[in-house]
Write a protein that binds this ligand. Structure first.
Ligand SMILES: [Zn+2]
Length: 130
């Protein structure tokens, strides 16, 4: 398969989004150009055009502070922690929601909406206009 300049540019763009895996990128490229892009062919081309290798992100494990329903005030995330079969007292995230007026912090908003807003839709929304 021949990689056009446009395909390489698209790969560069997708590789810039940290939350796209090379597997996702291969899928998106196939959807866009209708050719058989695989995870390995995408990684191979990324190497050839000098896209830096991705380092795995290691985040320190910090146990989040937990809040009961009595601790929650306006502007605190009301995302329930734990599993549905847990017994009371139920614990909540409690992080600030900022001035969004939403019930959840940015991370839990993302979690709540991620099922309806897939990474391929995000890619299309972020794609530069031709
Ligand atoms: Zn939260």
């Amino acid at each position: 398969m021949m990689w056009t300049k446009e395909m390489k540019d698209t790969l560069r763009t997708f590789a810039g989004y940290e939350n796209f895996s090379y597997k996702d990128i291969a899928k998106l490229m196939t959807a866009e150009y209708g050719e058989g892009f695989t995870k390995n062919s995408v990684i191979g081309m990324a190497k050839r055009i000098g896209i830096p290798r991705r380092e795995p992100v290691i985040k320190p494990a910090i146990k989040p502070k937990e809040f009961t329903i009595y601790d929650l005030e306006w502007g605190m995330c009301k995302w329930p922690l734990g599993e549905p079969y847990d017994r009371p007292p139920f614990l909540y995230c409690g992080k600030t929601t900022g001035n969004t007026g939403r019930s959840w912090c940015p991370m839990h908003c993302k979690k709540a909406f991620s099922s309806s807003f897939s990474s391929s839709q995000a890619a299309l929304a972020l794609r530069p206009a031709r």
